[in-house]
Structures are given as structure tokens and as C-alpha cells.
Design a binder for this molecule. Structure first.
Ligand SMILES: Nc1nc2c(ncn2[C@@H]2O[C@H](COP(=O)(O)OP(=O)(O)OP(=O)(O)O)[C@@H](O)[C@H]2O)c(=O)[nH]1
Ligand SMILES: [Mg+2]
Ligand SMILES: [Zn+2]
Length: 301
């Protein structure tokens, strides 16, 4: 579809599906409607839009550099597009699901998006146990930032600032982990922006209900995208045979497999099974591999 002369380029900063808020080049934000599938936009999308009364209409979505999404059994849920990195926030409490964490990292690897982990609430006694549960991830060379976003704000800010600088970062993780606390810490006026949204939706809860883009500084060089907590993270868009390659600690051992199409479940001469046996692959990681592999097979059955 050729773009009309009155259309302008902008970036989707909140909402998705039929109603989105688009930020224009000069920083103004405007509610826009989308027309059907072609203009279905997610946060982070660059779009062409046209004014229509007090509002706008999205004409088209410009090509994406990436799209992070989950694919559950019946529905696809896009998190954000055109991001530079993913920050998965988990905390000492509430106890996080390692499987959900692993799934977020696999989805990021599949979309070629760099990922880091924030382990929050260092001030709680349960922190040591949570750190122990991340040992396999630390061994995988994933950067893990151990923070107390609420109680040790200076340390958290100092650790986060260089990681976020000049990048667009999507913050993802289970409800209650501290994602919005992180955003409020790094974005001085985020509280106001959050206030606007919760009063508009009038939910009366503090839990995040929409994905929202924030600029860290006035110059709009670094961005944080806050998102609602997730409980489910389907990976049905990934082919079962590709799964091992997306889990670095498992991928490392697949070169030793006798069969090139080894499923690493039962084959003789499997390098992965040997590594599980020797303890080189953590039992929880192999359990997660099997769990997701079974899900992906069910999809193609
Ligand atoms: N003890 C402790 N509590 C914290 C810390 N950081 C955040 N919290 C608390 O954890 C709770 C959840 O924080 P949020 O930032 O709302 O969590 P969220 O990840 O945005 O949750 P959703 O929006 O529901 O997905 C709040 O009560 C915070 O005050 C911390 O470093 N230590
Ligand atoms: Mg939140
Ligand atoms: Zn194998």
C-alpha cells in the first residue's frame, strides 16, 4: 500500500491490537486506531500514521528488526518489536518458575535478542536460595545483576545505567518481581506516566496491565519497556529440532552426538545424555528441555 502524502512516521509506545498510542518524531503522543491485520502493531513498532479528527489511523507497520512473542496453544502474544535487549526480572520472592525463565531466554535466543537476568530483592533472607537456583545460568555466561531495587537504589541505579544506556530494553518477568520498580527507579517521571494509565483503566491495582514504553532521558536515547507479569510462556513457534540449539548449556554437548538429528532423549551415543549423566548439564535444565520438547512435538503431531 503506497503511503499517502499526509502520513507521518511514528513509534508505538503503548497498547496493541486495535488501539495504540503513537509517538511522533517531535515527541507528541496520540491515540491511533489500526485497520485490520495489516496494521496490527505492537509496542516498539515503527508505523506510518495519518491524522483523523483528534486521533490517528495507523496505515502500515514498517519492517521489524525483531519481534519477541510467545505462542501458547491457542493464542499468540507479542511482547514488543525492535528491541536491543531483554531484561528478565525475577526475585527471591515470589518464588519464580525456572521453566518460565528458561522459556523467556529461549524465545530471546530464537529472535536473536541479547538477554540478561535481574535477580531482585537481595535484602530478603530467601535470596541465597534464589541465587542457587540460577547457578546453571551464571555458568552459561548470562549476565545476572543481583539487586535490591527498592532498598538499595543507588547500587541498583549504578549497575543498571551502563547496561541500559543507548539501548531499547524490554523488561519481562513474573508478577511481583519488581519490573515497574525498576522502571520507576531509572525513569524519573515514570510514576506520573504510570498514574495516567492506571487512572484511565481504573483498575485500582498496582500490577501492570499494559506494555508501556518509557524514555530514560529527555534526549530520548535509552528506552525501557515495562510489561505485565506473565505466567505462561508457550514456545510453539519453535521447531522441536531447534530447541537444543537455543539452550547454550545443552547446545555445547550436541556436537558429541552420534546422530545429526539426535533428539537427546534416548539415542545411543548422545552427548547431551552423557553430559547429564556426568553432571555437566544441570538436572533442572535437562528436565526443562524434555518438558518443552514434548510440548513442541505435540504441536506437530
Ligand atoms: N523486599 C523488596 N521488595 C521489593 C524490591 N523491589 C521491589 N519490591 C516490591 O515488590 C513488589 C512488586 O513490585 P513491582 O515493581 O510492582 O513488580 P512487577 O514486576 O512490576 O509486577 P507486575 O506489574 O504485577 O508484573 C512491590 O511491593 C515492591 O515494592 C526489593 O528490592 N526488595
Ligand atoms: Mg509492574
Ligand atoms: Zn543427543
Amino acid at each position: 500500500m503506497p503511503s499517502s502524502p499526509s502520513s507521518a512516521e511514528g513509534r508505538v509506545v503503548s497498547g496493541h491490537g486495535r488501539h495504540v498510542v503513537v509517538e511522533s518524531a517531535d515527541g507528541k503522543r496520540l491515540l491511533c486506531h489500526t485497520r485490520g491485520k495489516k496494521s496490527a502493531a505492537v509496542v516498539g513498532d515503527r508505523v506510518r500514521w495519518q491524522p483523523s479528527g483528534d486521533e490517528g489511523v495507523v496505515e502500515s507497520v514498517l519492517p521489524r528488526t525483531n519481534l519477541l512473542y510467545r505462542q501458547d496453544e491457542w493464542k499468540t502474544k507479542a511482547f514488543a518489536a525492535n528491541i536491543d535487549q531483554l531484561l528478565v526480572v525475577v526475585a527471591a520472592e515470589p518464588v519464580f518458575s525456572e521453566s518460565q525463565l528458561a522459556r523467556a531466554l529461549i524465545a530471546a535466543a530464537d529472535a536473536a535478542i541479547a538477554a540478561r537476568i535481574v535477580l531482585n530483592k537481595r535484602d530478603l533472607p530467601s535470596f541465597a536460595a534464589a541465587r542457587e537456583r540460577l547457578a546453571a545460568y551464571a555458568a552459561m555466561d548470562i549476565d545476572i545483576l543481583e539487586l535490591a531495587l527498592k532498598v538499595d537504589r543507588d547500587q541498583a541505579r549504578a549497575r543498571l545505567a551502563p547496561v541500559l544506556h543507548g539501548r531499547t530494553t524490554l523488561v519481562l518477568g513474573p508478577s511481583g518481581a519488581g519490573k515497574s520498580t525498576l522502571v520507576n527507579l531509572m525513569v524519573p517521571d515514570a510514576q506520573a506516566q504510570t498514574g495516567e494509565i492506571s487512572s484511565a483503566l481504573n483498575t485500582g491495582r498496582h500490577t501492570t496491565t499494559v506494555t508501556q514504553w518509557y524514555w530514560i532521558e529527555r534526549e530520548r536515547a535509552s528506552a525501557l519497556i515495562d510489561s505485565p507479569g506473565f505466567q505462561e510462556f508457550g514456545l510453539r513457534h519453535i521447531e522441536a529440532g531447534r530447541l537444543a540449539a537455543l539452550m547454550p548449556d545443552i547446545a555445547r554437548h550436541t556436537t558429541a552426538c552420534r546422530f545429526y538429528n539426535c533428539s537427546h532423549l534416548h539415542e545411543p551415543g548422545c552427548g547431551v545424555l552423557a553430559a547429564v549423566e556426568s553432571g555437566a548439564i544441570a538436572p533442572s535444565r535437562y528436565r526443562i528441555y524434555r518438558e518443552i520438547f514434548a510440548e513442541l512435538l505435540a504441536r506437530t503431531a
